[in-house]
Design a protein around this ligand. Structure first.
Ligand code: NAP
Length: 303
């Protein structure tokens, strides 16, 4: 199947803005059409207010739904209220898109739904392919619920691919934007002992993986969207500092990180060494398999 007309929830976000550019006829679904039109003046947009279903006619001629919407996990301190928003925005949003699709007369063929390698929990240096089971902790629980809600679409004949995304590296958002602010001041450093594995992916690879999974009829079920070369936090820190030509001698002790960031610190200290087994088996070619090349590409203007 060739990618043509597709719905993108959360298309106004960091990943969504990059994905919209790849889709020939995108329909962006978000909470404010005014916000979407400011970002994409010439793109069709639909406002949604989960749990209200979205109008069935929107699905006419649509083969693919990319579901990205959810409360941002990187911004703001995690308190009980924030954690509730992280969980519920994904639960209610996924339920809403799945029910809306299933009730449509013309159902899309495939749902590409965001998830994260946080699914695996804190797993040390274990090499994690899609066959591995879930871990424990808040983010793992969020991902398990998120994937389960998305997989419900299989009951109405839709192929579902939860994309277990690693840390997305891009110039204009996500974790790298936050890290750069600190590294540019020369205050970069490893987090805790720095032994935790970081499964990362260049934004260009991520959106092309999403498009690839939409078009590859044989791909279904969870897919690890991570580069084939995860690195430890120590190695990531060293490589980023080298590419930026800045020092990174600091160590942020784990207790300090926990004090400042609350429970979000666990997300930075936990280790996932995920491997893109399904993508490699299916012949997907990574543009940026190596961290240094990915960072040089993204930060070339800074050097
Ligand atoms: N960036 C990463 O490194 C990374 C890694 C793993 C997984 N992911 C997942 O991939 C998805 C997209 O990530 P992203 O980095 O593009 O996120 P983002 O920049 O925060 O964008 C997410 C979009 O979701 C919508 N949204 C935000 N809060 C919401 C809420 N409380 N309820 C409903 N919708 C809400 C917003 O769109 P509107 O305002 O237009 O509604 C927003 O633009 C997320 O679900 C994220 O968890 C990202």
């Amino acid at each position: 199947m060739k990618l043509k007309k597709a719905i993108i929830t959360g298309g106004s976000g960091f990943i969504g803005r990059n994905l919209v550019k790849l889709v020939p006829e995108p329909i962006v679904v978000g909470r404010s059409s005014k916000k979407i039109q400011q970002i994409f003046p010439n793109v069709q947009c639909v406002e949604w207010h989960p749990p209200e279903l979205i109008p069935k006619e929107i699905f006419d001629g649509v083969d693919v739904v990319f579901h990205l919407a959810g409360e941002n996990i990187y911004k703001g301190r995690w308190n009980e209220e924030k954690k509730k928003r992280i969980f519920e925005s994904r639960q209610v949003g996924t339920r809403t898109i799945v029910e809306s699709m299933c009730q449509a007369k013309n159902r899309p063929k495939v749902l590409i739904s965001s998830s994260a390698v946080g699914y695996y929990g804190d797993r040390g240096d274990e090499e994690l392919t899609e066959d591995f089971g879930p871990g424990t902790g808040f983010l793992s629980e969020v991902c398990q619920m998120w994937e389960m809600e998305a997989m419900r679409a299989t009951s109405c004949g839709v192929r579902v691919v939860p994309i277990r995304t690693g840390i997305v590296l891009g110039r204009d958002g996500g974790a790298l934007a936050e890290m750069l602010r600190i590294f540019r001041l020369g205050l970069g450093g490893k987090l805790g002992r720095g032994n935790q594995f970081m499964s990362w992916i260049h934004i260009e690879d991520l959106v092309s993986i999403m498009a690839y999974c939409a078009q590859a009829d044989t791909v279904s079920g969870p897919v690890n969207a991570v580069s084939p070369n995860p690195v430890t936090n120590k190695e990531f820190t060293k490589t980023l500092a080298k590419v930026l030509r800045r020092p990174a001698f600091m160590t942020v002790p784990a207790p300090l990180l926990r004090l400042v960031l609350g429970e979000f610190a666990e997300a930075l200290l936990s280790s996932q060494r995920a491997l893109p087994q399904k993508l490699l088996n299916s012949g997907y070619q990574f543009r940026y398999p190596l961290l240094q090349d990915a960072l040089v590409n993204l930060l070339r203007k800074e050097r």
